[in-house]
Design a protein around this ligand. Sequence first.
Ligand SMILES: [Zn+2]
Length: 178
Amino acid sequence: MSKDNVIELVQKDDIYEVPAKQSQNNTVIIAPHPDDEIIGVYEVLIKSNPIIIYSGNTEVKRREEALKLKDHTTIKGQMFQMSVPPIFLNKNSIFYFPDPTTELHPIHRQYGMMGEQMARGGMNVIFYTTNMNAPYIHEVQESDKKEDLLNKVYPSQKSLWEYDKKYILFEGFCKWIF
Ligand SMILES: [Zn+2]
């Protein structure tokens, strides 16, 4: 797939910085772990050229897998850090966070609460599920392509979705109105 759309990221310590001129009108996916972005936000991932922010605690092996995502999609960039860079904090950005109420993983809930705080602050936040245990899930079109992408990018995690197809077949998005 073409890499023309991929922003050149400047590596500084373990932070991959996106140039400030690219900071307007972005779709920003917050994925606590590499694979959450495909499992929970595949439909957005393939149509919105998003920037993905993973936890700064992500181990090297998982980072290396995650960075292969740009070989198969038209994502704009990937970052590994604990917070949302201020350059994205404007009302033209759309943020995708794990749902703090239906997610079970404590780290997902923690990130979800960060998203809730940003939503209450007026940012455009949409919550997603990774355990598919939410009332707003729907069937994913062309889920075989989602599974194919997961297998290509995250072979180390394959045991999660190999037998439990809910991670492949469903997805769900929810916006809170305050
Ligand atoms: Zn996760």
